[in-house]
Write a protein that binds this ligand. Structure first.
Ligand code: FCB
Length: 470
């Protein structure tokens, strides 16, 4: 197998607005659900918030210069909805749009293709107060917001993503409550999932109407790679139920125009799905130009042992409330193997399986790895340099899987490392470092880690070097 990536392969890094921007109350921005949540005692580690985050709003030029130094050919970022449309309704705020226009122009100036995500979890608080994602109206608000951003930036941004990981918005936000807005209402979480699907479909149509036809529209899913603990029928059925709730619930309507049939029966004790209106499947099922996949680890699942403790190790934070409404008796187990600082098992083969699954599931649809990376306990050494061999090993293993998937026929067009720099890792606060660039939170100084240099060299050569330590 060649270790060379195809010409034109996009080499990227990803971030999201609330995790990096700061300037939370500047230039007309209003609170999002993550501002409210992070300011609620007990919700984030150490009470950390994104008020300042890594101050990207004021250091944008420096950050783009870093990207250029690394040789990135694309950069995935998200727009803060409440910076652009503070109440979630009505006309856009020019100052908010101007920030993103400056960012995009700076990227283009350096030959870096902007990849814009409209929604990375930061719903304007006003829309949550009006019902949030469980309310149908939110989907229409999102389409309107998408059209505003599309009209403003569609002339210079070609790569668009509607939603980032709607699973997390619906189920961590409204079922287990470990993410904003922190609700624990299983029925509301399924309504939220449907309205996120509808939001994706309506926004895709609105973007197409608002932008030049050449622009590409995608969605980024955190499709789970769910493996059975044994081949017993009960374990296989548990996998099927989790797969429907993690994957089919989004890719079913988005890619095929229908929810997985058994999902309705599985969740019948939670909801009757009467919130799905005639015509919704058609509205959701819009042609896409690419599918974004975010991958970190695999899940190991069995039917719950009624006599044993429920081994909940799904990697999505501690909560007495399950993020799997209607899944029934299911247990999550820690997959064997080494783990990252998040406690997530390192399994590059999962990324290969995921890419091949979607190559089959959505033939002809180009794939992008829109997030992949590892949290490590990084710290500068005495010389000030940050050596992160574990991250380099992680990246190498996963990029080898991408290369192998391409060889096996998957049409993978690009890879975005999560993340460009250390940042606010949601409920974990600043305690988990995913960056290729180290951020000193006292001074906000940026220092590329060894992994950043390693990635830059890979981008320069287009060829995966031998495995580190090999
Ligand atoms: C993904 C999120 C991203 C980051 C990584 C570690 O689920 O999209 O913002 O938190 O996980």
């Amino acid at each position: 197998m060649s270790d060379r990536f195809p010409p034109g392969f996009l080499w990227g890094a990803a971030t999201s607005a609330y995790q990096i921007e700061g300037a939370a109350a500047q230039d007309g921005r209003t609170p999002s659900i993550w501002d409210t949540f992070s300011h609620t005692p007990g919700r984030t580690a150490g009470g950390d918030t994104g008020d300042v985050a890594v101050d990207h709003y004021h250091r944008m030029r420096e950050d783009v210069a870093l990207m250029a130094e690394l040789g990135l050919t694309s950069y995935r970022f998200s727009v803060s909805w409440s910076r652009v449309q503070p109440t979630g309704r009505g006309p856009a705020v020019q100052r908010g749009l101007d920030f993103y226009r400056r960012l995009v122009d700076e990227l283009l100036h350096h030959g870096i293709a902007p990849a814009l995500t409209l929604y990375h979890w930061d719903l304007p608080q006003e829309l949550e107060d009006a019902g949030g994602w469980p309310a149908r109206e939110t989907a229409y608000r999102f389409a309107e917001y998408g059209a505003l951003v599309g009209a403003a930036l569609g002339d210079r941004v070609e790569r668009w993503t509607t939603l980032n990981e709607p699973w997390c918005s619906a189920f961590l936000g409204y079922a287990s409550g470990v993410h904003a807005p922190g609700r624990t209402d299983p029925a509301a979480s399924l309504r939220a999932a449907h309205h996120l699907n509808l939001a994706h479909g309506e926004a895709t149509s609105a973007l197409r109407a608002a932008m030049p036809a050449r622009n590409q529209i995608a969605v980024s899913l955190n499709s789970a790679v769910v493996r059975p603990r044994s081949q017993d029928a009960a374990d296989l059925d548990a996998v099927r139920r989790i797969d429907d709730l993690a994957n089919g619930i989004f890719h079913g309507p988005m890619l095929h125009g229908a929810y997985p049939e058994r999902l309705f029966a599985d969740t019948a004790s939670v909801t009757d799905w009467s919130f799905v209106h005639d015509g919704d499947p058609r509205a959701i099922h819009q042609p896409l130009d690419a599918l974004g996949l975010n991958y970190y680890t695999t899940s190991l699942v069995s039917a719950a042992d009624p006599h044993g403790a429920d081994a909940r190790a799904d990697g999505h934070g501690a909560s007495p409330h399950s993020p799997w409404p209607g899944a029934g008796a299911v247990a999550f187990h820690q997959p064997p193997g080494e783990r990252t600082a998040m406690g997530w098992t390192i399994d590059p083969s999962g990324l290969y399986d995921l890419l091949l699954r979607y190559a089959k599931e959505a033939p002809g649809l180009p794939l992008l790895v829109t997030e992949n990376g590892a949290a490590c306990d990084d710290a500068p050494g005495p010389d000030g340099a940050v050596h992160d061999p574990d991250r380099i090993r992680y990246l190498h293993g996963h990029l080898a899987s991408v290369r192998r998937a391409i060889e096996a026929g998957a049409d993978v067009r690009g890879y975005y490392l999560w993340s460009l720099m250390d940042n606010f890792e949601w409920s974990y606060g600043f305690g988990k470092r995913f960056g290729a660039v180290y951020v000193d939170y006292a001074t906000l100084a940026r220092t590329p880690k060894a992994s950043a240099r390693w990635y830059a060299e890979l981008i320069r050569t287009g060829e995966l070097p031998p495995a580190p330590g090999a």
